[in-house]
Design a protein around this ligand. Structure first.
Ligand SMILES: Nc1ncnc2c1ncn2[C@@H]1O[C@H](COP(=O)(O)OP(=O)(O)OP(=O)(O)O)[C@@H](O)[C@H]1O
Length: 516
């Protein structure tokens, strides 16, 4: 009996080994298949010198996107540039590969097209269809909030895109106004497939393992994450439907429904479904958002079929078959921005700058001391929002390698010395006790912090650089608010794109550059 038991064990372990080997073989075959896919968008042998680089379209957590003109053809692209070392270190290789392979197979007027890719020693490049109208996010900021007709139009285009994606077994997982780009004639194109999740039923060619359901993989952006994902449930189409509800709320009100001072507080509000509708929302808008933000994902319209979503009274009058031919809402360009804010610019005054008041009422932790004791806000999986998860040495090499790209916007050259490059640049609000003022904050590799009044193109408040954190430090007060503290003054800034943690990381990485 004992011998029989031994034999049985041995047999079982041999069987397991055999099964493992077979599985590995299958995996290798799938890998080979994925590696040998004939891409629609070819891998070219181009170099960055084949392009004339223009303005910076945007910065993601592991990429920069720059407007680029191919010198020989004159064609314009949005060139997504990713630092190889950084994405390897941050374990993002699978995400980048998946974005490439999925985008390559998509064909919908509402999804940005990938034309070709190339690489050099340091970077990977994706040449994307250029969206000249900017982000929907900026339209919301510039208009304050959208009219119900405008929001209906954009929401309908997003529904049309989601119906296509979900029909192909893909969950986008990062639907938000920053990833809804606009063509020059104002139609929506969905970008950023870095978080895409193929389901088991997808007919597309995807990477082996990418369809495996994993609980607890937090991707996306805090304010748009559904409660079930915070409760560790695997991703479903319900993620995108919830995010659509948040986006529609944001279009109509000007801010996301669960907005709060920190990611922790945002998560608390999502879990409690702490949702308040402004009075001016129509009954139809309120009802649709209420249904999309149902805590039960299976009850969200669009879950089992798109008929209920497209047939909702909010969308009455939408010609679904003709969406891309309907005239889109008028785009508001940067120069037409809120006159009121421009009015507030009159009082540029360093003594006000020293006051350190947060002004907007969203900041927490009102300390104005010079110590930098506040942590960057973290996502639940421990990573920082944005690129904050990198160590300072990685961050420094990443920043310095990408520095030259930021400097291509020639408008800021007059503030730089020869050879000096911009490491980070953002349009911010400088928060003062009585007034707020739009500024362009530049961090250079010298290092230097330069605050420019963009309406007059003049360098303003003098922030004296120091590598000593007692003499220069950054305090985060919320994902969008930070303070630059020097012994003489504390200046508060608001970054509407919530890159406060990235500013802190960039400044600290430069302070630590000597040790790297
Ligand atoms: N095709 C495009 N045309 C114009 N601008 C673009 C385009 N693609 C991206 N951008 C701009 O660049 C920004 C960053 O791009 P993207 O979101 O793809 O980067 P990412 O590193 O994947 O970002 P994330 O941190 O959201 O994952 C976008 O928010 C947008 O403003």
């Amino acid at each position: 009996m004992a011998v029989g038991g031994e034999m049985e064990k041995e047999f079982e372990s041999k069987l397991r080994l055999q099964q493992q080997q077979q599985q590995q073989g299958k995996k290798q075959q799938a890998m080979q298949r994925a590696n040998s896919i004939a891409f629609r968008a070819p891998q070219e042998q181009f170099t960055i010198d084949d392009f004339e680089l223009g303005k910076m379209y945007g910065t993601g957590s592991y990429s920069k996107v720059v407007r680029a003109k191919k010198k020989d053809t004159g064609n314009i692209y949005a060139l997504k540039i990713m630092d190889k070392k950084f994405i390897t270190k941050e374990n993002k290789i699978q995400y980048v590969k998946l974005e490439r392979i999925v985008l390559d197979q998509l064909d919908h007027p509402g999804i940005i097209r990938l034309f070709f890719t190339f690489q050099d020693t340091y970077s990977l490049y994706m040449a994307l269809e250029s969206c000249e109208g900017g982000e929907l996010f900026d339209q919301i900021i510039r208009k304050g909030r959208l009219s119900e007709d405008e929001a209906r139009f954009y929401a309908a285009e997003v529904v049309d895109i989601l119906e296509y994606l979900h029909g192909l077994g893909l969950i986008h997982r990062d639907i938000k106004p920053e990833n809804l780009l606009l063509t020059s004639d104002g139609h929506i194109k969905l970008a950023d497939f870095g978080s895409v999740k193929p389901t088991k039923d997808t007919p597309l060619t995807v990477l082996p393992d990418s369809t495996v359901e994993r609980a607890c993989t937090f991707v996306g952006t805090a304010a748009y994450i559904p409660p079930e994902v915070l409760n560790s449930c695997p991703a479903t189409y319900g993620n995108d439907l919830w995010a659509l509800g948040c986006t529609l709320f944001q279009m109509l009100s000007g801010s996301s429904p669960f907005k709060d001072a920190s990611e922790w507080l945002i998560f608390q509000r999502i879990m409690a479904r702490d949702l308040h509708f402004p009075d001016y929302f129509s009954d139809e808008a309120r009802d649709l958002i209420d249904q999309l933000l149902d805590v039960d994902p299976t009850k969200r319209p669009g879950w089992s079929s798109y008929t209920s979503l497209k047939g909702h009274p909010f969308f009455r009058g939408i010609d679904w078959g003709n969406l891309r031919h309907i005239p889109a809402p008028k785009l508001v360009s940067e120069s037409n921005e809120n006159e009121e804010e421009e009015e507030q610019e009159a009082q540029w005054n360093l003594t006000h700058g020293a006051s350190g008041g947060t002004g907007s009422g969203t900041g927490v932790g009102s300390s104005t001391g010079t110590g930098s004791n506040q942590q960057a806000p973290s996502t639940p999986n421990g990573g920082n929002h944005g690129s904050g998860a990198a160590s300072s040495s990685d961050a420094y090499s990443h920043l310095s390698r990408l520095a030259s790209i930021d400097s291509f916007d020639s408008r800021w050259q007059e503030f730089l010395e020869p050879g000096e490059a911009i490491v980070m640049i953002s349009k911010l609000k400088k928060i003062q006790k009585l007034t707020n003022k739009k500024v362009q904050l530049l961090l250079t590799d010298k290092p230097k912090l330069i605050c420019v009044d963009p309406s007059k193109m003049q360098a303003k408040c003098n922030i004296i650089w120091s590598d000593d954190p007692n003499c220069l430090s950054v305090q985060l007060t919320s994902p969008s608010h930070f303070k630059i503290c020097t012994p003489k003054k504390v200046i508060s800034f608001e970054d509407s794109k919530e890159r406060a943690a990235q500013w802190k990381m960039a400044i600290e990485a430069l302070q630590n550059r000597r040790f790297n």
